[in-house]
Design a protein around this ligand. Structure first.
Ligand code: MEV
Length: 367
C-alpha cells in the first residue's frame, strides 16, 4: 500500500491558525467534533508468512473495540489522551502532537490523519481514546487504536474517508509499533469484515456456511515486533527452509479460503492444525499456547492454532456450535484467562464479486 495523497476535496475548511477560528474554538470548548471506532482482530491462518508476501485470512472481533473522540479546545497544539484496558499492561498516555517523538505509534497515526485532512499538529483539538482491546494478545490492539484515531480525525475534519484510506493512514502507527508490518491488522480493523489479504490488497471472504470460533487468551504477553524480528533472523539464517514454510502456509491459506467458501468445517479445521505445526517449527508458539491448542482439540474442536504473532497471546479454535461449551470448559481448564466467541455468518452467493479494496495501481484499485 502506498502513502495516501491529499484528498481530492478538503472538507471542514476552517483554518486552525486564523484569529477568527481561534475565537470560535474558544467558544466551542468541549464540543465533540468527531468520533471513530475500530474492532479488534484475529488472524485465522497465514500469520508471519503474510509479512513475506503470502496471503492470510483475518477476522474482525466485533465485541472488542477502540473508540476515539475529537473535542474542540481553546488553543493548540493537538493533544491525544489515551486510556488502555489495563494500566498494568499499558499505562495511560498523554501526548502533545507537536512534541511527541516521531516513533510514537499513536502520534504517527494521528499526524498522518491530520495532514491528510489538510490540518497540522497545531489544530486546537483534544483526541480522547479508550480501548477495550488488550495489548500483547495478538488481537490487533495497536491497529485498532490507530484506526479509531484516524477515523475520529477524519470525522472531526468533516471528511468522509473510505476504509482503505483509514487502513493506509493507520499503517503509519503500525510501522512505528511493529517495524515491518504486513498491513493485515490495520486493513482488517479498518474494513471491519473478514478478509483475505495479500501484499496490501484485501478481498472479502466468501463464507458458505456459518462458522463458530473461540479465541482463548493464554494470559501471556507476546510482542509482535520481537516475534516478527525473530522470524526474520531465523529466515535469514535458513532461507531455504523458511521460504518453503512460507509458501506452504500460503497454500494452506488458499485452501482455507476455499474450505470456508464451501462451508467445509472439517477441512478448515485440518488446515488450521497444519498451520499451527509450521508455526511451532518456526518457534513462535509457547507451551501455554500448545496446551490450549491441545485442550481445544481434545474437547472436540475441529482445529486449533495460535493466532497472531505468538510468543504469548491467544489461540483460535474452530468449534461446532453445539460443541462450543465443552471446548470452552476445556480451554479454561487449560489456563485460558479470557474467551471470545467469533461467529462468521454465511455471505450471499454474489459476495465473491464484491472486492473490498485493491492496492493503488492494481487492476480495479485506486490510481
Ligand atoms: C500480526 O497480527 C501478524 C503478523 O503476521 C505480523 C504482520 O503481519 O504484520 C505476525
Amino acid at each position: 500500500m502506498s502513502e495516501p495523497g491529499p484528498p481530492a476535496q478538503m472538507g471542514g475548511g476552517r483554518s486552525a491558525a486564523s484569529p477568527a477560528a481561534s475565537a470560535m474554538e474558544l467558544e466551542m470548548s468541549e464540543t465533540l467534533l468527531g468520533e471513530g471506532r475500530a474492532p479488534a482482530k484475529v488472524i485465522l491462518v497465514g500469520e508471519h508468512a503474510v509479512v513475506y508476501g503470502q496471503p492470510a485470512i483475518a477476522l474482525p472481533v466485533p465485541g472488542l473495540e477502540a473508540r476515539a473522540r475529537v473535542f474542540a479546545i481553546a488553543a493548540g497544539p493537538t493533544r491525544l489522551l489515551a486510556q488502555f484496558p489495563s494500566a498494568e499492561s499499558r499505562p495511560p498516555l498523554e501526548l502533545d502532537l507537536l512534541a511527541a517523538a516521531d516513533d510514537e505509534p499513536l502520534a504517527a497515526a494521528a499526524r498522518a490523519a491530520l495532514r491528510y485532512a489538510g490540518r497540522t499538529e497545531r489544530t486546537p483539538w483534544r483526541i480522547e481514546l479508550t480501548s477495550q482491546v488488550p495489548s500483547g494478545r495478538g488481537l490487533g490492539s495497536s491497529a485498532a487504536v490507530a484506526a479509531a484515531v484516524v477515523r475520529a480525525v477524519g470525522a472531526a475534519a468533516e471528511q468522509d474517508w473510505d476504509a482503505q484510506t483509514v487502513a493506509d493512514l493507520a499503517l503509519e502507527g503500525e510501522r512505528r509499533a511493529h517495524g515491518r508490518p504486513s498491513g493485515i491488522d490495520n486493513t482488517v480493523v479498518a474494513f471491519g469484515r473478514p478478509i483475505r489479504f495479500q501484499q496490501g490488497r484485501a478481498e472479502p471472504l466468501v463464507v458458505g456456511a456459518p462458522l463458530c470460533f473461540l479465541v482463548a487468551d493464554s494470559g501471556r504477553r507476546g510482542a509482535t515486533s520481537e516475534l516478527v524480528a525473530r522470524v526474520r533472523e531465523a529466515s535469514e539464517a535458513r532461507p531455504g527452509t523458511y521460504a518453503g514454510w512460507f509458501a506452504r502456509i500460503g497454500q494452506l491459506v488458499d485452501d482455507a479460503a476455499t474450505a470456508i467458501a464451501r462451508g467445509n468445517a472439517s477441512r478448515l479445521g485440518r488446515l488450521m492444525d497444519l498451520d499451527h505445526l509450521i508455526l511451532q517449527a518456526m518457534r513462535v508458539s509457547t507451551p501455554e499456547l500448545d496446551a490450549l491448542v491441545a485442550a481445544a482439540r481434545g474437547a472436540g474442536a475441529r482445529g486449533a492454532k495460535l493466532a497472531g504473532s505468538g510468543g504469548g497471546g491467544a489461540i483460535i479454535a474452530l468449534v461446532d456450535a453445539d460443541g462450543a461449551a465443552a471446548v470452552r470448559a476445556a480451554l479454561i481448564g487449560a489456563g485460558a484467562v479470557d474467551l471470545i466467541q467469533v461467529d462468521l455468518s454465511a455471505t450471499g452467493a454474489d459476495a465473491d464479486a464484491d472486492r473490498v479494496s485493491a492496492a493503488p495501481g492494481a487492476p480495479g484499485g485506486p490510481a
